[in-house]
Design a binder for this molecule. Structure first.
Ligand code: HEC
Ligand SMILES: [Cu+2]
Length: 316
């Protein structure tokens, strides 16, 4: 669709089309204004050059009308672009319901990818075409930035929290993945590829990885090994701890009166930073697991907690 523009990068996701349109509008409006200004400058330069005999008799002395018109018109035009841009921004940061979810860990200097089924890859990400893919991203060391030029998506991956990003690829093929945040000596080599496949090919690829345990199953093992189940398990009587069943996606009331949505970043904080807040109605005894769990383990635990569907008990 944009092939007629020279040097235009590949457009391979719905996100890219939206960004393209905004970009073309901005470029077009800026170009229009530039051409108008330069054309007027040249016209007046030639028309009223020293040797020209054009009349200079009825000189315009009160020009404020023109100035106001000119200023308001350009301001208005650019404000429209601002509102448009803000809408695109909000749209990009509010993911639609995901068909596919993938966990990404950035570290010096590679992208580690884990699929919910337990398939792992490094510096590569296989996804199905025409599906909403939601990425949950963590960093093991410094700030990295996940950038796929053909999708026009870019998001910082920040240590100490989880970031999310989404895209819907519209073309099969292989697209570049880059880190765009200078992250140390080998930063330039922190690249990978996004492999977009037809749904059946993708299903075959998942099957061919020879995986025995899903992420949630691995998480369940960690949940037992680290003693979480001792307090949070169904039959636990040792300590009064909230059940984690159906927790994901709900609104949690905290002791200090504030509320938080139980998304991935919240679950991460519960496990690594439990001293910073307490769930309302419970004793503040949740142990701090920072230093014991790496980002990979953490994502497994989160995948496990998310897999605990079902309804929460009344009263929560
Ligand atoms: C010593 C008992 C104990 C252990 C062990 C424990 N927790 Fe907790 N956990 C609690 C208590 C009590 C709360 C609620 C009070 C609070 O927020 O600190 C809680 C809160 C949570 C919450 C927030 C629940 C909500 O309703 O919002 C999550 C998630 C959680 N724990 C996960 C874990 C995981 C994962 C582990 C293992 C790595 C673990 N816990 C180990 C006692 C425990
Ligand atoms: Cu990096």
């Amino acid at each position: 669709m944009y092939h007629w523009i020279p040097f235009w990068p590949d457009t391979a996701a719905v996100n890219a089309v939206v960004v393209n349109n905004l970009y073309i509008a901005e470029l077009g409006l800026s170009g229009l204004i530039m051409v108008t200004v330069v054309a007027m400058m040249l016209t007046f330069c030639i028309r009223y050059r020293k040797a020209a005999s054009n009349s200079r008799a009825d000189l315009e002395t009160k020009t404020w009308r023109f100035e106001i018109l000119w200023t308001v018109a350009t301001l208005g035009a650019f404000l429209i672009l601002f509102v448009w841009g803000a809408q695109v921004y909000i749209w990009l940061y509010k993911p639609p319901p995901a068909d596919e979810e993938v966990y990404v860990v950035g570290k010096q200097w590679m992208w580690k990818v884990e699929h919910p089924g337990g398939q792992r890859e490094i510096d590569a990400l296989h996804v199905p075409v025409n599906k909403v893919v939601r990425l949950v991203m963590a960093s093991e060391d410094v700030i990295h930035s996940f950038f796929v030029p053909a999708f026009r998506i870019k998001h910082d991956v920040v240590p100490g929290t989880l970031e999310t990003l989404w895209f819907k690829a519209t073309k099969t093929g292989i697209f570049r993945l880059e880190c765009t945040q200078y992250c140390g000596l080998q930063h330039a080599t922190m690249q990978g590829e996004i492999v977009v496949m037809e749904a059946p090919d993708y299903a075959n690829w998942l099957d061919s990885q020879g995986v025995e345990e899903s992420l949630a199953q691995q998480g369940a093992e960690l949940f037992r090994a680290h003693g979480c189940s001792g307090c949070h398990g169904k039959n636990s009587t040792i300590i009064h701890a909230p059940s984690l069943t159906g927790l994901y996606g709900t609104v949690v009331h905290l002791q200090d009166g504030s509320i938080r949505v139980a998304d991935e970043a919240y679950l991460r904080d519960c496990i690594l930073n439990p001293r910073s807040f307490t769930v309302a109605g419970y004793p503040p005894v949740m142990p701090d697991f920072s230093g014991q769990l790496g980002e990979g383990d953490l994502l497994k635990l989160i995948a496990y907690i998310k897999s605990l569907g079902g309804k929460r008990e009344a009263g929560r």
